[in-house]
Write a protein that binds this ligand. Structure first.
Ligand code: HEM
Length: 505
């Protein structure tokens, strides 16, 4: 036998022995626990290969299983146990009534740990002092309504840029434009200005975007995240992740240093904004730590701010425009409301409070198409029970959002896109979940998305400007739209939306 085949035989033997040993260990541990029901799995790998061989996207696989196993069920993905909730009452109980208990995050995989600087972000931190410090800073110093108002000019600029980009693209392509790409760009510009407080040209914005995308790609889950025993076979991917991280830090630190210098020499850059998210981070006091964030940590926190709001909002706009095309009566009604509210001038964000129909469209859009189908993963701070089942501390608690916002027990004709359900006052929902959960595109409870207020402003403003400036219709003309979703970081349209636009004036 050649030495190499000897090696692989030995490896296979060791691997099988380990699998056997681990399966006995995990069985003896799970015997004492009454976990929610779920599809029977294989030793060690659990349901991992069943999922892989189903050929379905994960959200589809979960949607099928919840119909079979009910509102709380278990999936074993290798060494990860997931408990998946898909019922409004259970979510209310877990995240609102017993919110503190369900407010933590599970352990991260090694790649995510590199990019989150060992969970030094609002979204990844476990429930504790670091999370409290980072979240309080983001909410109070950056996303409060007073602070948000200070960035009105950044939003206006980005909206003007969006309209001129759409116009130029339409002129060059017989009236056809890409929707997601342009909406993402607009919201990214706003978030960049808020984050760094400095003006960036289009080329820099694009470069920064490519950087962020490269990060999201290496963060895509791999098989060794679920079966760490396989990690020796993924050293190439680990090195790639380290390389991307280094590039990200090197690139973003330039802007951090630029801003630092600007603060040291006030007035040195006339285009600089008076305030930015970075400013709040430079001197941030984090409970339990002596020093402020390092440069690498600042890069991580800025990336979180940019990533949290870009794809999510862009995705919402793509589905929104698709629904306005599929429902021309809704588009006309919205346009009439805009015209009667603002006349011939540009619609502005302070007009939104006078536009009940626009708000109804925005809410219906987030009900029918929550940009992420799962909330971020939760974990309990100590072992507990829910619906009579055990919830140990080391399981991933996942919430499948569309099951709630399309629950026929909570909504009339839930599959129909119908803003009138809200506009008429016949149905309503409190998106924070405090008064009861009926839809939760931003999550609910202690970990609710801190960007809810800002994201809502962006969605309303973008829809309003896009409909005020253009009449939207299908491309090719009169073709039916395909509302199938595809999982990227968010759930986007499987066939990215291209639409025909006709300038209104
Ligand atoms: C339409 C746009 C958005 C949607 C649909 C959305 C959705 C969500 C969801 C579902 C969660 C998880 C909540 C949970 O764990 O239960 C979340 C968390 C979070 N979002 Fe958003 N988000 C949006 C925009 C934004 C924006 C604009 C920002 C900030 C710039 C942001 C920053 C965050 C952060 C930091 C967290 C983690 C909160 C924590 O763990 O305490 N999001 N978001």
């Amino acid at each position: 036998m050649a030495p190499s085949s000897c090696f692989f035989t030995l490896l296979a033997f060791l691997f099988s022995a380990l699998l056997f040993f681990l399966s006995r260990k995990s069985k003896s541990k799970s015997k004492t626990l009454k976990l929610p029901p779920g599809p029977p799995g294989w030793p060690v790998v659990g349901n991992l290969f069943q999922f892989a061989s189903s050929g379905k996207p994960f959200f589809q696989y979960v949607d099928d299983l919840r119909r079979k196993y009910g509102p709380i069920f278990t999936l074993k993905m290798g060494t990860r146990t997931m408990i998946i909730l898909s019922d409004a009452k259970l979510c209310h109980e877990a995240l609102i009534e017993r919110g503190a208990l369900f407010a933590s995050r599970p352990r991260e995989n090694p790649t995510r740990n590199i990019f989150s600087c060992n969970k030094f972000t609002v979204n990844a931190a476990v429930h504790g002092p670091v999370w409290r410090s980072l979240r309080r800073n983001m909410v109070q110093n950056m996303l409060s309504s007073t602070r948000l108002k200070e960035f009105r000019s950044a939003r206006e600029k980005a909206m003007d840029k969006l309209v001129s980009r759409l116009r130029a693209e339409a002129e060059a392509n017989n009236g056809v434009v890409w929707v997601l790409k342009n909406a993402r760009f607009a919201v990214f510009c706003i978030l960049l200005a808020m984050c760094f407080g400095i003006e960036m040209d289009e080329e820099t914005v694009d470069k920064m975007d490519q950087m962020m995308k490269a990060v999201l790609i290496v963060l895509d889950p791999r098989i060794d995240d679920y079966l760490p025993i396989l990690s020796p076979f993924f050293s190439k991917q680990r090195n790639k992740a380290l390389e991307v991280r280094k590039k990200q830090v090197d690139y973003v630190v330039q802007f951090i240093e630029k801003r630092r210098k600007m603060l040291q020499n006030p007035g040195s850059d006339k285009s600089a904004m008076s305030f930015s998210y970075l400013d709040t981070l430079f001197d941030l006091k984090v409970e339990g730590r002596k020093s402020g964030p390092s440069n690498a940590e600042l890069v991580t926190l800025c990336s979180e701010f940019l990533n949290g709001g870009t794809d999510t909002t862009g995705t919402a706009i793509e589905w929104g425009i698709a629904q306005l095309i599929a429902n021309p009566d809704v588009q006309s009604k919205l346009y009439e409301e805009i015209k009667s509210t603002v006349g011939d001038r540009k619609v502005e964000e302070q007009d939104v409070e006078k536009m009940a129909y626009l708000r109804a469209v925005g809410k219906e859009l987030l009900r029918k198409h929550p940009p992420t189908y799962f909330s971020l993963t939760h974990a309990v701070t100590e072992p507990t029970t829910l619906a009579g089942y055990h919830i140990p501390t080391d399981v991933n608690v996942e919430i499948y959002l569309p099951a709630i916002s399309e629950d026929p027990k909570l909504w009339t004709n839930p599959e129909k896109f119908d803003p009138d359900r809200f506009a008429s006052g016949q149905e309503d929902a409190d998106m924070t979940g405090v008064k009861g959960v009926k839809m939760m595109p931003f999550g609910v409870g202690r970990r609710i998305c801190p960007g809810l207020g800002m994201a809502t402003v962006h969605v309303h403003l973008m829809l309003a400007r896009m409909v005020q400036e253009f009449e939207w219709s299908a491309y090719p003309p009169n073709s039916p739209l395909d509302f199938t979703g595809k999982l990227e970081f968010t759930v986007v349209m499987k066939n990215p939306l291209r639409a025909l636009v006709k300038p209104r004036v």
